[in-house]
Design a protein around this ligand. Structure first.
Ligand code: SAM
Length: 248
């Protein structure tokens, strides 16, 4: 039987398509793409004309049987999304789960993912982090989710749409405190790439003052709730004050 290749594509700069991704996309029988027009442009840029079929949120469940049959029949398929790594806030999970359940080979061609690109330039602890994807669009649900996350000690990574950035930053500051360190990473690998490191409070001010900071594709990184470190600092200050008192 064939292989289902899960192929990462660029998040902006087309030169980020790996040599291996190019080879796989050029050799499979068909590419299952989130948006066939989008992926056709990518293929054309690299002089490829592999057949495409649409696999998106709304038809994924219905496509699975046909795709598994092609794999079982010996064809290699590739799965791509519009940008970055499939399954990461993108379709593909149900197909991959079904292929694995059917005992078929699923293999990655790793590459760009906006969350990793943002995390590694944000200047916030990166050893442990949680990826939250998109927060709920509705204010009440978003605030509830953030309240649940307020004690999270690991660095938090969010995807956000430009038109919701200000509301989300306001809710983040309300839930986590405006002193919490954060980073706003926009348009990574593209012409207008910007990364701003600041507290949530300062980010709100920067975004309010500059409409450009509300444009394009956005990853928000927020430092974890470092309650332990804060406690240790407070304890250190207390001991220092005590000692000073003793020595005086
Ligand atoms: N699968 C993609 C990945 O691997 O990152 C994510 C797809 S998700 C539908 C799209 C979101 O990813 C955008 O709204 C934005 O939050 C983030 N994103 C994608 N490309 C980006 C870029 N070049 N700069 C910053 N964020 C980006």
């Amino acid at each position: 039987s064939g292989t289902l290749w899960v192929v990462a594509t660029p998040i902006g700069n087309l030169d980020d398509l790996s040599a291996r991704a190019r080879a796989v996309l050029g050799s499979v029988a068909v590419i299952a793409a989130e948006d066939t027009r989008h992926t056709r442009h990518l293929l054309q840029h690299f002089g490829m004309a592999t057949p495409l079929l649409a696999l998106h949120e709304h038809n994924e469940a219905g496509m699975i049987e046909a795709l598994l049959a092609r794999l079982a029949g010996g064809e290699d398929l590739a799965l791509v999304s519009d940008a970055g790594t499939p399954l990461i806030s993108d379709p593909g999970f149900r197909l991959v789960r079904a292929a694995r359940a059917a005992g078929l080979r699923v293999a990655p061609v790793p590459g760009p993912a906006a969350l990793i690109a943002a995390l590694c330039v944000a200047g916030l602890p990166s050893e442990r982090f949680v990826f939250e994807g998109f927060l709920p669009a509705k204010a009440a649900a978003r605030q509830q989710r953030l309240a649940e996350l307020a004690g999270e000690a690991r660095t938090l990574v969010f995807y956000e749409a430009p038109h919701r950035l200000e509301a989300t930053l306001t809710d983040l500051a309300a839930a986590f405190g405006s002193d919490r360190q954060a980073a706003l990473a926009r348009e990574l690998t593209k012409l207008h790439e910007t990364v701003i490191s600041a507290t949530l409070g300062d980010l709100i001010a920067r975004v309010a003052a500059d409409a450009d900071q509300r444009r394009g594709e956005i990853v928000l990184i927020v430092g974890g709730n470092d309650a332990q470190a804060a406690q240790a600092l407070a304890e250190g200050r207390r001991l220092y004050a005590l000692l000073r008192g003793e020595l005086a």
